[in-house]
Design a protein around this ligand. Sequence first.
Ligand SMILES: Cc1cc2nc3c(=O)[nH]c(=O)nc-3n(C[C@H](O)[C@H](O)[C@H](O)COP(=O)(O)O)c2cc1C
Length: 196
Amino acid sequence: MENKTAVKHKKRLIVGISGASGAILGINILELLKENPEWETHLIISRNAKATIEEETSYTIDQVISLADAAYDADNISAGPASGTFKAEGMIIAPCSMKTAAGIACGYADNLLLRAADVTLKEARRLVIVPRESPLSVIHLRNLLTLAEAGAIVVPPMVSYYNKPLSIEDMNRHIIGKILDKFGIEVNDFRRWKGC
Ligand SMILES: Cc1cc2nc3c(=O)[nH]c(=O)nc-3n(C[C@H](O)[C@H](O)[C@H](O)COP(=O)(O)O)c2cc1C
């Protein structure tokens, strides 16, 4: 009998970080998935996100890139995630700027982040966007509605209170728990309502 070793492939998740406030959410997602043997992350950081990462966090761009299994330049429109043949369970954009939300809503795929999201929708894969802006204009709201109608799951980084957060880290963990829940990924210390 032939001795075959079964190769179990990891599930691929495309993680986009755009130039909205809250880059730490995308970074924390990469950190959590780095510890998860079932998942493989493919990172796209927009050009403008490089500014928010530097402005808001203590991470260098290289440190963020090193958290992912693979990373692509947002200008590299011929990278794997630009094609529907690239196998992936789906994509998370955290945080998602209003510009990126508008680009996806219009099908205006002029960088790899937008193209990968466009492909995720056209291939009927799961697209979770974490839009961050306040207040939201009618234009923002219309674009988010268009995305929800097209099948995206819109998970704004809204604070929950029932879990009694004591720190920004507690709040972020809860938001990330809700985001990763959409892919069936458990986050340690994510407090569900009444422990459900
Ligand atoms: C420090 C900083 C914070 C920003 N925060 C937001 C934000 O919360 N939401 C948003 O839509 N845009 C925000 N912007 C503006 C976006 O970076 C800008 O619209 C950019 O064109 C987005 O491009 P991208 O989606 O390709 O990353 C911020 C910019 C800077 C420099």
